[in-house]
Design a protein around this ligand. Structure first.
Ligand code: URA
Length: 209
């Protein structure tokens, strides 16, 4: 079974509380989503392998550790996942970025991929799939299915707020994928919104409601 890492850093918890507030406007919301994504990316990258390199300080040559050039890709799920992207790129500017978009067919309720562009060398990359909200888990589940079909080396999922239902669905369907969660909320309501949550993350990011 995959691991679920629920963040307990006070800065992350504090900033998530601010974006929950319905009076937080799109500008501050966007800034905070990026800041939270940066802080969470710090935790997600904790296991990056290091290699020894020789560096000359002003005092002497010595061997020091640096990240061993692991190939990373970031894949925002459109559209709300885009709100987290810049915050992560700040820490990992060399990471390549893929995009995936899905919509639900109103008749069959099947998730249909309408856009997917991943780095050409995806088979050599470890991917971080990002979306602010993990609610029913249906979108992430399907996105991961499509992405897995392109054979990346590994996938991690990072979300700001999750409902227990969504976490469970991903764990069951994709037991190989670890999940990083900024805050684990109580439940879903009848409209599949996370409660207490923050409302519609896409609308709050882009001011579309
Ligand atoms: N998507 C959102 O943006 N918010 C929710 O609460 C659930 C799904």
């Amino acid at each position: 079974m995959s691991k679920v890492h629920v963040m307990d850093h006070p800065l992350i918890t504090h900033k998530i509380s601010i974006i929950r507030d319905k009076n937080t406007g799109p500008k501050e919301f966007r800034e905070l989503v990026n800041e939270i994504a940066t802080l969470m990316a710090y935790e997600v990258t904790r296991d990056l392998p290091l290699k020894e390199v020789e560096i000359e300080t002003p005092l002497r040559k010595d061997r020091f550790k640096m990240i061993s050039g692991k190939k990373i890709g970031i894949v925002p799920i459109l559209r709300a996942g885009l709100g987290m992207l810049d915050g992560i790129l700040k820490l990992m500017p060399a990471a390549r970025v893929g995009h995936i978009g899905l919509y639900r067919d109103p008749d069959t309720l099947e998730a249909i991929e309408y856009y997917c562009k991943l780095p050409t060398d995806v088979e050599e990359r470890e991917l971080l799939v990002i979306d602010p909200m993990l609610a029913t888990g249906n979108t992430a589940l399907e996105a991961i299915k499509f992405i897995k079909a392109r054979n990346p080396k590994n996938i991690k999922l990072m979300v700001l707020i999750a409902a227990p239902e969504g976490v469970e669905k991903i764990q069951r369907a994709h037991p190989d994928i670890d999940i990083w969660v900024g805050a684990l909320d109580e439940k879903l309501n009848d409209h599949a919104y996370i409660v207490p949550g923050l409302g519609d993350a896409g609308d709050r990011l882009y001011g579309t409601k």
